[in-house]
Design a protein around this ligand. Structure first.
Ligand SMILES: NC(=O)c1ccc[n+]([C@@H]2O[C@H](COP(=O)([O-])OP(=O)(O)OC[C@H]3O[C@@H](n4cnc5c(N)ncnc54)[C@H](O)[C@@H]3O)[C@@H](O)[C@H]2O)c1
Length: 349
């Protein structure tokens, strides 16, 4: 006997990597980055209405696996994400992810999706949203140190949200820089590969560090940082994994996502608890100043927070409604009588 089709309640929209790629091309990547930056900013503006917790991290010798939950009281979301810097030597990615949304009222899932691409988009959109508040006015040149999987997304978000027209690239592996240069042909940006981090930051108003290494690294030292720049530090996002020399932090005004998580994972893990920081949502709401002086060095100590994923998930849920950019997964058991789960099992005999 064949099993009867599951009812509508049992079906959860699922966005595969293939459908995510189709959707990004359909909407246009720069449009998506702009819309995501705005939506993340909207959710930062209502920061206090979210459940917040530092993400749950399972560390091992080679990397970390993390769960990132949050809820606004109506919708609950979480992301599963890993960070394994040595994966690329095996032909695997450093970061992969998937995630879901559920209705708080019933606990029923309403979306399951790939989030490797969506993470690259939301991380770039968050960087650009932060830079919109913190970068020097009129910055047109960006340096990007670390030219891996996140690279092009970071550049395109800074272009479309902040108006940069030139990017200077550096990676310890020249093949990564060449890959990024090639992918940005036709983007409308001047793309300049550089021979060192020092050369890359020349004349840049925005410096993004996006390297992956499971150690305290020093991608930038204090003598490299001139007055007035904005540093967008993406790659230091685990205990023992940082990118900046602590002397930079002593000079910079530092902005974070969620302080209890950033103290564990961010550049500020190098500092004492009396080190002054501002949560970015306070700048977004106007409660605290962002950039107030053209000589000020600003630092966005990004580690990635659950609310950014929540914003990206709710954006995706809206964008796939009524389209064929998803398939339906028979994910929820749906007995005719809710107490008769065993009886439902007999449908498949
Ligand atoms: N903050 C966030 O929200 C967020 C989100 C996603 C990824 N990340 C982090 O961003 C980093 C980059 O992610 P990815 O997916 O692009 O990784 P990736 O492994 O694809 O790329 C990292 C690149 O950094 C280069 N690199 C390593 N050490 C370097 C050094 N000393 N100088 C210059 N380049 C160096 C590598 O050669 C590689 O090309 C990772 O550390 C990841 O954990 C953060």
């Amino acid at each position: 006997m064949t099993a009867p089709l599951a009812s509508e309640k049992a079906m959860v929209p699922f966005v595969s990597v293939h459908n995510m790629m189709r959707l990004i091309h359909h909407l246009g990547i720069e449009t998506m980055l702009r819309e995501l930056a705005d939506l993340i900013e909207d959710d930062f503006r209502r920061w206090e209405s979210f459940d917040k917790t530092p993400r749950l991290a399972s560390h091992s010798r080679d990397g970390v696996i993390e769960l990132m939950p949050t809820s606004d009281g109506t919708i609950y979301g979480f992301k599963y994400v890993n960070g394994h810097p040595r994966n690329i030597a095996e032909g695997l990615q450093t970061v992969t992810a998937f995630g879901m949304l559920a209705e708080v009222s019933t606990g029923y899932p309403v979306l399951l999706t790939e989030m490797t691409l969506l993470t690259a988009l939301r991380t770039a959109a968050t960087s650009a949203m932060a830079a919109r508040h913190l970068a020097p006015k009129g910055a047109r040149t960006m340096a990007l140190i670390g030219n891996g999987a996140q690279a092009e997304f970071q550049v395109l978000a800074m272009k479309t949200v902040c108006g940069i027209d030139t990017v200077r690239l550096y990676d310890i592996d020249p093949r990564a820089t060449e890959k990024t240069r090639r992918n940005l042909v036709g983007s409308g940006l001047a793309v300049l590969p550089c021979a060192s981090a020092q050369a890359a930051i020349e004349g840049a108003g925005i410096i993004t560090t996006c390297t992956a290494d499971k150690q305290f690294a020093t991608i930038l030292t204090d003598n490299m940082i001139g007055a007035g720049v904005h540093i967008n530090a993406i790659g230091g996002d685990c205990p023992g994994k940082t990118e900046l020399h602590r002397d930079i932090l002593l000079r910079a005004d530092t902005f974070v996502e969620y302080a209890p998580q950033t103290w564990i994972e961010g550049e500020i893990q190098q500092m004492g608890r009396d080190y002054p920081i501002t949560e970015l949502w306070q700048v977004v709401t106007g409660e605290r100043p962002g950039r107030h002086d053209e000589r000020q060095v600003t630092l966005f100590d990004s580690v990635g927070f659950a609310i950014e994923d929540f914003s990206a998930l709710r954006y995706l849920r809206e964008r796939i409604r009524g389209t064929d950019f998803h398939e339906d997964l028979d994910m929820i058991a749906d007995p005719d009588d809710p107490r008769d789960l065993y009886g439902m099992l007999q449908r498949a005999r």
